[in-house]
Design a protein around this ligand. Structure first.
Ligand SMILES: NC(=O)c1ccc[n+]([C@@H]2O[C@H](COP(=O)([O-])OP(=O)(O)OC[C@H]3O[C@@H](n4cnc5c(N)ncnc54)[C@H](OP(=O)(O)O)[C@@H]3O)[C@@H](O)[C@H]2O)c1
Length: 254
């Protein structure tokens, strides 16, 4: 049973990594969380875990790139407190000269169009809440480039620009826009997905880095930003591990 007035938070990509950790922390902060991702079994298991812990959680299988499905999902909400646009990721690490356009398209689809679909569809409910929050998970890749990263960097720049422009366009409405830009986060799937299941290549991303950020570290940042008083807009949080000074300057103890 949802207590009347319990604020609702929708989290995309809640089946793993930062999204799952954010769902746990927003639930603990008192939100009724709606977990979305394509892998239904995973979000159902997480919703059951949260329910068993006395929180309020619902799972809804959703591909953020499918606009019709997103619209159908959004039609269930008259009001919404928080939307966390977390679904996303990288594919490949090829130079511009040889990168696969299909990878670039796919990264743009999920990181940019997915965020656009969800934000457009849920903006009326966020506005109707009287105090809505849109979170966009960009990346430090959305702020500076690195060799082999152009496709992901381009997509995350798109997500950053979406957040910055939306903030300008909706000023004066009761919705704030928060961009969270993490650096190196060691999650179970991000690097493995990027390297298409090659776990050796994925492990090299974090090799020798004493303490990369964890999914919980980023979830903590997101939850903190969402729980500031409604008139406080944390425009942008850039969060890196101490061992990472820039996208290309990482201290490794090898
Ligand atoms: N890890 C890092 O170093 C890092 C750094 C900066 C920014 N980020 C960003 O933070 C976010 C989360 O990253 P993570 O490390 O937690 O990665 P992850 O564990 O690979 O999680 C990605 C999530 O996105 C979901 N997803 C992918 N495509 C989707 C689609 N079309 N529709 C709906 N959901 C989709 C996946 O769920 P399903 O497969 O079940 O759909 C999964 O839950 C991403 O946007 C990523 O780019 C990560």
């Amino acid at each position: 049973m949802t207590a009347p007035g319990t604020p609702i938070a929708v989290i995309t990509g809640a089946s793993s990594g930062i999204g799952a950790a954010t769902a746990r922390q927003l639930a603990a902060a008192g939100y009724r969380v709606v977990l979305t991702a394509r892998r239904k079994d995973r979000i159902e298991a997480l919703a059951a875990e949260l329910d068993a812990a006395g929180h309020q959680a619902t799972a809804y299988a959703l591909d953020v790139t499918d606009r019709a499905a997103v619209d159908e999902f959004a039609s269930a909400f008259r009001t919404l407190a928080v939307l966390v646009n977390n679904a996303g990721g990288a594919l490949g690490a090829d130079p511009v000269a040889t990168g696969d356009p299909a990878d670039w398209r796919q990264m743009f689809e999920v990181n940019v169009i997915g965020t656009l679909n969800m934000t457009q569809a849920l903006l009326p409910a966020l506005t109707a809440s009287g105090d809505g929050t849109v979170v966009v998970l960009s990346s430090t890749a959305g702020h500076s480039t690195y060799e082999g990263g152009a496709g992901y960097v381009a997509a995350k720049n798109g997500a950053r620009v979406l957040a910055e422009t939306l903030r300008l366009e909706i000023v004066g409405t009761p919705v704030r826009v928060i961009e969270v830009a993490p650096g190196m986060v060691k999650t179970d799937e991000f690097a493995t997905t990027r390297f298409r299941g090659d776990t050796d290549k994925a492990a090299k991303v974090y090799a020798g880095v004493a303490e990369p950020l964890s999914a919980d570290d980023v979830a903590d940042t997101i939850t903190w930003a969402c729980t500031r008083p409604p008139h406080v807009n944390i425009d942008l949080l850039v969060v890196r591990p101490r061992a990472q000074a820039s996208n290309t300057k990482v201290h490794r103890e090898l």
